[in-house]
Design a protein around this ligand. Structure first.
Ligand code: ADP
Ligand code: MG
Length: 387
């Protein structure tokens, strides 16, 4: 994946993401060659929109797996000064940036709205004000063009990011979804059909990374900072607890681990000792990663699946990717993971998920609303949404 980055005057980072094949194609065709995306009558083009948190994103996806354009406008720098995402700022920036993202996505894909077959958008879960910007934009485009409208669950989008770079991946498979708001172990039984077999009892994995990073003075966003610090530290310097939940072997719990890190910090303070930031980071990361990998591998073996995917923000963690790769190889499981840039919030993954929804006949009405706490795999609500 190649990323063209441009920092705008307000600090927002505008990114255009392309894979190697796309770069070769655009060099061949030359820029601004309208409608040269090579669409045939059977091809299905989806314009996808994502705005559930602090990234405004738009993409054009062909037949669910071929990304013609993938634009992300990231506000992360604006929220860093507050130590986390400020919902009101996020919504306002989405309003400012979304039209530009959509225009860029269409132009990079060398298509116009006339060429698009359907408009897809994340309608939950996420920050309600942020989601509403994308939902309103998608509804307006669907209404103005008369094209079908498809609502996508954000986490189903993250899982579908795996389809983009792995053309051979098909359900069923096990997927570990680990982000700032979710830690789910899921069996993807078919396209759009999910069975949740494990989830967190308290903090999400990414939330634990963020809280521990703050406690040891690394700041926000915590995940990437701990990942980087962990590379310098000793993962065996501290032995942090790895919670086992008796009645639900695939569930996770990270709050005890977080408290244990806080205790060590307080103890060191009281004894006037200097604590090694990188050793705490490495030992904490090891504890989280071992639990995540252990549960995922066990699920594959017990449920009888030989394909395992990872998805969402924490899936970029290098320690997780390394150990998962090693354990999958040792257990004859094929391991799938998106490139790190496709683990962050983006619209290409929404277009990938929407393609399979479209094929199933899912269509939303203009009464679609943002659903901040939308449960994973809630097909009932999806089909009723258009009525
Ligand atoms: P959500 O959509 O639930 O807010 P995202 O999918 O956007 O979450 O992922 C953001 C989360 O991923 C944050 O908690 C962040 O700290 C974490 N994260 C991002 N990169 C890494 C990494 N390299 N290692 C660990 N955690 C990471
Ligand atoms: Mg996300």
């Amino acid at each position: 994946m190649n990323i063209d980055k441009n920092v705008e005057d307000d600090g927002v980072i505008f990114m255009s993401i392309k894979d190697e094949e796309q770069n070769k194609d655009s060099a061949k065709e030359g820029a601004g060659d309208a409608k040269s995306c090579g669409k045939s009558d059977e091809d299905l083009l989806i314009l996808a929109i994502e705005s559930s948190c602090d990234e405004s994103a738009a993409a054009v996806v062909k037949n669910g797996r071929e990304v013609l354009s993938n634009i992300i406008s990231s506000q992360i720098a604006l929220h860093t000064v507050y130590g986390g995402v400020v919902p009101e700022i996020a919504s306002r920036k989405h309003v400012e940036k979304m039209n530009g993202c959509i225009r860029a996505a269409l132009s990079e894909a060398k298509v116009t709205l006339d060429d698009i077959d359907a408009v897809a958008v994340t309608y939950g879960p996420g920050l309600v004000g942020a989601l509403l910007v994308g939902v309103s934009e998608a509804k307006a485009i669907a209404f103005a063009t008369g094209k079908p409208l498809i609502g996508v669950h954000h986490i189903e989008g993250h899982i579908s990011a795996n389809f983009i770079e792995n053309k051979d991946l098909e359900p069923p498979f096990v997927c570990l979804v680990v982000s700032g708001g979710h830690s789910h172990l899921v069996v993807v039984k078919d396209y759009g059909v999910y069975e949740i077999i494990g989830q967190t009892r308290d903090d999400a994995a990414g939330e634990a990374f963020d809280k521990v990073a703050r406690a040891i003075g690394l700041g926000y966003p915590g995940g990437p900072k701990i990942d980087k610090a962990a590379k310098e530290g000793n993962p065996d310097a501290f032995s942090f607890p790895q919670a086992k939940i008796g009645d639900a072997e695939y569930d996770f719990s990270f709050s005890g681990l977080k408290s244990s890190v806080l205790n060590i910090i307080n103890q060191a303070k009281m004894q006037g000792q200097e604590l090694s930031q990188v050793d705490v980071a490495a030992s904490f990361q090891k504890a989280v990663v071992e639990v995540l990998v252990g549960h995922a591998i066990k699920a594959c073996k017990e449920y009888g699946y030989d394909k395992l995917a990872i998805a969402s923000g924490v899936a970029s963690n290098s320690g997780l990717r390394e150990l998962m790769e090693k354990e999958c190889a040792a257990n004859n499981i094929k391991f799938y993971r998106p490139s790190p840039v496709l683990c962050t919030d983006n619209a290409a993954m929404i277009g990938a998920a929407a393609y399979y929804e479209y094929k199933k006949g899912v269509r939303f009405g203009l009464d679609m609303n943002a659903v901040p706490n939308l449960p994973l795999g809630d097909r009932e609500r999806r089909f009723h949404a258009g009525k």
